[in-house]
Design a protein around this ligand. Structure first.
Ligand code: ATP
Ligand code: MG
Length: 190
């Protein structure tokens, strides 16, 4: 795992080094996953899917009634995202998906799809709360951020990823990921 994008990288071909990468933009609520992932997909001319859209109607109903999802609810959701990523990989299409991916076990499952790069968006709790509150047309219980921060398992050193501070503008964050991927692709090209 790398912190920042200006580190000298020698990624393994099965991690960040693919020239048709699969990018999972991860982090807690309000970290800017959807915003940055959509920008990044545009820059990469990549397929884009919103991770939340892979929830079953039962999960959506549960969340709407204020009941938190448990892992049994989450596995089919994550398998759906994994399968979508795998289909993009099979078609040699770069792909970007925002998905909180808070736990290592969730990320391990997503990595079954192919050469995934995790982009972990991080920021102070105060900044994230501010962004959640400032967001129009989105309902979120105030304690949800606290519970997500408690659940979050940061990327391990053996996980293919970059960690970016969301104090920067979304365009800058997307550009940093593009630069990282370009360097990683160059370093693994025969
Ligand atoms: N880097 C940034 N700088 C300033 N504002 C940002 C940045 N990234 C996102 N925002 C704003 O913060 C709010 C939250 O962003 P976004 O909805 O993309 O987060 P999210 O991680 O997808 O949240 P959720 O987990 O609830 O889906 C939005 O209003 C967005 O416009
Ligand atoms: Mg989102």
């Amino acid at each position: 795992m790398l912190s920042g994008v200006d580190t000298d990288v020698s990624p393994s071909p099965d991690s960040a080094g693919s020239c048709a990468p699969l990018v999972v933009v991860m982090g807690v609520a309000g970290s800017g996953k959807t915003t940055v992932a959509a920008l990044l997909a545009g820059r990469l001319d990549a397929a884009f899917a919103e991770g939340d859209d892979f929830h079953s109607p039962a999960n959506v109903a549960k969340m709407a009634s204020g009941v938190p999802l448990d892992d049994d609810d989450r596995w089919p959701w994550l398998r759906g995202i994994r399968d979508w990523l795998a289909a993009q990989h099979a078609a040699s299409r770069p792909a970007v998906v925002p998905c909180s991916a808070l736990k290592r076990a969730y990320r391990d499952l997503l990595r079954e799809a192919g050469p995934v790069l995790f982009v972990h968006l991080t920021g102070s709790a105060d900044l994230l709360r501010e962004r959640i509150q400032g967001r129009a047309g989105h309902f979120m219980k105030p304690d949800m951020l606290t519970s997500q921060l408690a659940t979050l398992e940061p990327l391990g050193p053996d996980e293919p990823g970059v960690v970016l501070d969301v104090a920067a503008r979304p365009e800058r964050l997307a550009q940093d990921v593009v630069a990282h991927l370009a360097a990683a692709c160059r370093s693994t090209r025969p």
